[in-house]
Write a protein that binds this ligand. Structure first.
Ligand SMILES: C[S@@+](CC[C@H](N)C(=O)[O-])C[C@H]1O[C@@H](n2cnc3c(N)ncnc32)[C@H](O)[C@@H]1O
Length: 410
C-alpha cells in the first residue's frame, strides 16, 4: 500500500498573531503530523487483525458466543499488546503535539500577550463577563490533552493555551483542515449555500465558537450579516478577537456566555451554529443548549450542528469500539454517551418540529491549489475508519463530518 503524505507545515496560513515558527519547530510539527498519519494508515489496520486473530477467538473459546457490545470488545482489547502499543503511541503523539505547541508559544509569550492586549483595548466588539463560570464538564477535563484545556491562564489576560492549540492544530488534523485551519467552517458555508440557497441571515450565533477559527468563514460568506462568536472561555475570546481584527474582519463580535442560558433576548438570531462543540458538553447541557437555540432563533431561523455521526442501530460493534476511543484516551469523556443519543429526538424535545429536521455530510473545504486534492477528506477523529477506503474514493463520496439541524417553525 502506498502511503499518502500530509502537506508540510510551510503551507499553513499566517495572521497577525501567528507566532514565529523556526525551522526546528516546523520540523517537529512535520514529524508529528507524519507519525499521526502513519499510525492511522499503517499501524491502525493491525488492530482489526489482532481482534480477528487473537481476541475474538479467545473470547469465543471462553464464552461460546460472539461479542454483543462494543464495550465488551474494549474490555478484552485493552489486554492486547498490539492495541496497547498503538493506543500508547497515539496518546503520546497528542501529548508531544501539545508540548510542541507550548514550546513555540511560551517562548514568545510576553510579546504575544501584549499584542493581544493592545489589539483588544477599548473595543466593544469583545464582551467578556467575569460572572460567567466555566461549567464542570469543561473545567474538570483537559480536553484532548491540552494542559489547562482552553481556559488555562498563567497570568490574567493570558491567551497562550489557545495560541498553542492553534499552532499545533496542523498536527492533529494531519494538515487537512485548510491553510487557516478553517476547513470545517468553510464546509458549513458550502453546505448551507447548497441546501438553503435563498438564506440571507442578518445575525448569526456561533455557540462554542472558541477563537472563531471555524466561525470566520461564516462572516466572510455573509459580509452583510453580524456574526457573534460566543464561548464560556475568556482566553479563547481574547485571542479570537485580536486574531479576527488582524485579519480585517469588521462584522464579528466575541461574547462570553454559557450557551445553556445566555442573556441574549429571545428571537435574536437567524442562524445558530455549533461546530464540534456539543460532544464536549454533557447530556444535560446538550438538552439545555438545544432549548436555548429554540428560544434565541427567530421564526424560520436555522439551527445547524457539525459533529461526528452518532451511532445508528446498524453501526457495527467494531466501529462503535473504535469511535469511542477518544472518550477513553483523548479526554473527550462525553463522547461515549453522546454517540448513543438520538439527535432527532433531542431536537424534537427542544421544540423543533420533526418535519423541519435535516441532516447531511460535508468534507473539509480546502482552498484550491493549496493542498493535495484528498486533503480534508478525513475528520480529525476518524482517520482510522477511512483508512480501509482510499482517500481519493472517500473524497469522491464527500464523506467527512456529519451535519444535523432544524428550522424553527414560523
Ligand atoms: C472543541 S471546541 C470547538 C471550538 C470551535 N467551534 C471550533 O470549531 O474549533 C468546543 C468549544 O465549545 C465551548 N463550549 C462548550 N460548552 C459550552 C457552553 N455551554 N457554552 C459556551 N461554550 C461552550 C468550549 O469552551 C470550547 O471552546
Amino acid at each position: 500500500m502506498s502511503a499518502i503524505l500530509p502537506p508540510t507545515y510551510d503551507r499553513t496560513g499566517r495572521h497577525g498573531l501567528t507566532p514565529e515558527v523556526t525551522h526546528d519547530d516546523a520540523a517537529r510539527f512535520n514529524f508529528l503530523t507524519n507519525l499521526n498519519v502513519y499510525l492511522g494508515q499503517r499501524v491502525f489496520p493491525g488492530i482489526k487483525q489482532a481482534f480477528e486473530k487473537r481476541v475474538k477467538p479467545k473470547h469465543l473459546a471462553r464464552t461460546g458466543v460472539d461479542f454483543t457490545s462494543h464495550r465488551d470488545i474494549r474490555d478484552e482489547m485493552r489486554a492486547d499488546p498490539y492495541y496497547q502499543a498503538w493506543a500508547a503511541l497515539r496518546v503520546n503523539t497528542m501529548e508531544m503535539r501539545q508540548q510542541a505547541g507550548r514550546h513555540v508559544v511560551l517562548r514568545q509569550y510576553d510579546a504575544m500577550t501584549e499584542k493581544i492586549r493592545a489589539a483588544n483595548a477599548g473595543k466593544n466588539t469583545l464582551q467578556l463577563d467575569d460572572k460567567v463560570t466555566v461549567p464542570e464538564y469543561l473545567s474538570q477535563v483537559d480536553n484532548h490533552w491540552m494542559p489547562g484545556s482552553y481556559y488555562g491562564e498563567i497570568v490574567p489576560g493570558d491567551a497562550g493555551a489557545v495560541a498553542s492549540y492553534e499552532v499545533g492544530l496542523f498536527v492533529t488534523t494531519a494538515g487537512s483542515m485548510s491553510a487557516f485551519g478553517d476547513g470545517a467552517g468553510r464546509a458549513i458555508v458550502k453546505f448551507v449555500k447548497e441546501r438553503f440557497p435563498n438564506f440571507q441571515p442578518k445575525r448569526i450565533l456561533d455557540l462554542g465558537g472558541a477563537f472563531g477559527i471555524n466561525s470566520l468563514p461564516l462572516a466572510a460568506a455573509f459580509p452583510d450579516a453580524e456574526l457573534v462568536v460566543m464561548d464560556v472561555g475568556a482566553p479563547a475570546l481574547r485571542y479570537g478577537h485580536a486574531r479576527a481584527q488582524s485579519m480585517g474582519y469588521t462584522n464579528v463580535q466575541f461574547v462570553q456566555a454559557n450557551g445553556e442560558h445566555t442573556n441574549f433576548p429571545a428571537e435574536s438570531f437567524d442562524w445558530i451554529q455549533t461546530t464540534m462543540t456539543l460532544h464536549e458538553t454533557s447530556a444535560n447541557a446538550v438538552v439545555n443548549i438545544l432549548k436555548e437555540c429554540q428560544r434565541l432563533l427567530k421564526p424560520g431561523g436555522l439551527m445547524l450542528h457539525l459533529e461526528q455521526p452518532n451511532f445508528a442501530p446498524e453501526t457495527p460493534l467494531w466501529e462503535r469500539f473504535t469511535r469511542d476511543w477518544d472518550a477513553w484516551y483523548n479526554n473527550e469523556p462525553f463522547w461515549a454517551k453522546f454517540h448513543t443519543m438520538n439527535v432527532f429526538d433531542l431536537m424534537a424535545d427542544a421544540g423543533f418540529a420533526r418535519d423541519t429536521h435535516f441532516d447531511g455530510r460535508a468534507k473539509a473545504d480546502i482552498e484550491a491549489g493549496r493542498y493535495q486534492p484528498w486533503a480534508g477528506t478525513l475528520s480529525r477523529h476518524s482517520p482510522e475508519q477511512k483508512a480501509a477506503m482510499s482517500q481519493q474514493e472517500s473524497a469522491r463520496k464527500g464523506e467527512g463530518w456529519y451535519l444535523f439541524g432544524a428550522t424553527k417553525s414560523t
